[in-house]
Write a protein that binds this ligand. Structure first.
Ligand code: PLP
Length: 408
C-alpha cells in the first residue's frame, strides 16, 4: 500500500466554510459553463469598485524601489502614516514601532494569535464571526469560545454573556466593528462595556476594524483604541482591502496600543514572527500613505446617492419583503445576515439551503453556520453588485423561497 500524504492534525478542527463545499459546487457548475452570481465574499473589485487612481499611481511609481525586502514591520513612511491616521481619530499613544504591516489583516490575525496562544488558552470570539478569527485561534493551539451577538438588539454583543465566559484561561476578546457578517456598528456603551471586562480581567483586545470607513446613515464608528488608553492592550487591525478596494494588493496592519511595558514578551513574539516571514508585500506598502492621506473616495459611495448605500438599501428592503425572511439593517460593512423562518421552509441544514439556492438559481451565498453561528436559520448576502444586478438576483431569491421546502 502506498503511504498517503496526510494533513497535519493541527488542521483537524480548523474550518473555513465560507470557502467550503458550497463554493466547490459553484466552481463545478462554472466549469460546466453555468454563470454563477457570487454573493459570497466581500471582494469589491469584480463588482466594478475600482481603486482610487492615486493609490495605483503611487504603487506603480514605487515599483522600481520595492524590489528588496523591507523592514519586517514595514516601511517607515507607511507606518508613520498609520500612526498619524490614528492620531487624527483620537488615539494618542501609538508608537511607530508598534505598527506592523502585513499581507492583509488576515496575515496579522494569524500572526498575532500564533504569538499569544498556548494550548488551552481561550479567546472570546463573537458568534456569528468572521470565521478566520475562530480558525486562526484553533490553528494557534488556542480555543475559540464564542460569545453571543443578539439579533434583536441590532446584533450587539451580549456583555453578560462575554462576562460569564471569562475563565482563568481567557487571554483575549475579539471585536469585529463594523461587523462581518451582521453589518452592526457598536455603540460607545457596548464598546466601553467590553473594555471594562478586558480591564478587569487583564485581557488583550483584538479589534478588527477593516470596515471602519464603510458606515451608513450617520452611524458613528468608534475606534476601540480611543477607549482603551493606557489600561488595556489593544490590537487594532485594518487595511486597504475594503475602503480602498484593493483586496488583491494585500495591504493591512496591526497597531498596538496600551500598556506595552507589561507585554514586552508578547511584542517580542510578534516581532519574531514578523521577522520569520521577512516582510509584507512591499509595493502595496507604498500605497498606504497615499490611501490614508488622500481624498477619501469611499465617502462618495456610502453617503446618500452613493452606490454602496443604494445597494444596501435595496437589498435590505427586498429581503424584508420576502415572506419568511427578516433582516436587521446593515449600518456598516458590505453584508446582510437575514433570518429564515425554519418552520416555513422546513430548514434543518443551512448549508443544504445554500446548495439548493445555488443549484436552482445559480446564486452563491454563504450559510450562517459558516460564521460559527449555531442555529441553521441565517445566510449572508454580499451587497456589492450594482442595483441593476442586485434587483434580478433578489427576484430570483424571492422566487426560490416562494416554493422552498427543504427535503430532509
Ligand atoms: N476581517 C474581516 C472582518 C473581514 O471581513 C475580512 C475580509 O473579508 C478580513 C478581515 C480580511 O482582510 P484582508 O483582506 O485585509 O486580509
Amino acid at each position: 500500500m502506498p503511504k498517503k500524504v496526510t494533513q497535519s492534525e493541527k488542521l483537524s478542527n480548523v474550518r473555513y466554510d465560507v470557502r467550503g463545499p458550497v463554493l466547490e459546487q459553484a466552481e463545478k457548475m462554472e466549469d460546466a459553463g453555468h454563470r454563477i452570481l457570487r454573493l459570497n465574499i466581500g471582494n469589491p473589485a469584480p463588482f466594478g469598485f475600482e481603486a482610487p487612481d492615486a493609490v495605483l499611481v503611487d504603487m506603480i511609481k514605487n515599483l522600481p524601489y520595492a524590489q528588496g525586502y523591507s523592514d519586517s514591520r514595514g516601511i517607515f513612511s507607511a507606518r508613520t502614516a498609520v500612526v498619524q491616521y490614528y492620531q487624527t481619530k483620537g488615539v494618542r499613544n501609538l508608537d511607530v514601532d508598534d505598527v506592523f504591516l502585513g499581507n492583509g489583516v488576515s496575515e496579522m490575525i494569524t500572526l498575532t494569535l500564533q504569538a499569544l496562544c498556548d494550548p488551552g488558552d481561550e479567546i472570546l470570539v463573537p458568534s456569528p464571526d468572521y470565521p478566520l478569527w475562530t480558525g486562526a485561534t484553533t490553528l494557534s493551539g488556542g480555543t475559540a469560545v464564542h460569545y453571543n451577538c443578539v439579533e434583536e438588539d441590532g446584533w450587539n454583543p451580549d456583555l453578560e454573556d462575554i462576562r460569564s465566559k471569562v475563565t482563568d484561561r481567557t487571554r483575549g476578546i475579539v471585536v469585529i466593528n463594523p461587523n462581518n457578517p451582521t453589518g452592526a456598528v457598536y455603540s460607545r456603551e457596548t464598546l466601553q462595556g467590553i473594555v471594562d471586562i478586558a480591564k478587569e480581567h487583564e485581557l488583550v483586545l483584538f479589534s478588527d476594524e477593516i470596515y471602519e470607513k464603510i458606515t451608513y446613515d450617520d452611524a458613528e464608528m468608534i475606534n476601540l483604541a480611543t477607549l482603551t488608553g493606557e489600561d488595556v492592550l489593544c490590537l487594532t487591525f485594518s487595511g486597504l482591502s475594503k475602503a480602498y478596494r484593493v483586496a488583491g494588493y494585500r495591504a493591512g496592519w496591526v497597531a498596538i496600543t496600551g500598556p506595552s511595558w507589561k507585554a514586552e514578551s508578547y511584542l517580542e513574539g510578534i516581532k519574531l514572527l514578523a521577522n520569520m516571514r521577512m516582510c509584507a508585500n512591499v509595493p502595496a506598502q507604498h500605497a498606504i500613505q497615499t490611501a490614508l492621506g488622500g481624498y477619501q473616495s469611499i465617502n462618495d459611495l456610502i453617503l446618500p446617492g452613493g452606490r454602496l448605500k443604494a445597494q444596501r438599501d435595496l437589498a435590505y428592503e427586498r429581503l424584508n419583503q420576502i415572506d419568511g425572511v427578516t433582516c436587521e439593517p446593515a449600518v456598516g460593512a458590505l453584508y446582510l445576515f437575514p433570518k429564515l423562518d425554519v418552520e416555513k421552509f422546513n430548514i434543518t441544514d443551512d448549508e443544504r439551503f445554500a446548495l439548493d439556492l445555488l443549484k436552482e438559481q445559480k446564486i452563491l451565498v454563504s450559510h450562517g453556520s459558516a460564521f460559527n453561528f449555531d442555529t441553521p436559520d441565517h445566510f449572508r448576502l454580499v451587497f456589492l453588485p450594482s442595483v441593476e444586478q442586485l434587483e434580478p438576483a433578489l427576484d430570483r431569491i424571492e422566487e426560490f423561497l416562494g416554493g422552498y421546502k427543504q427535503v430532509q
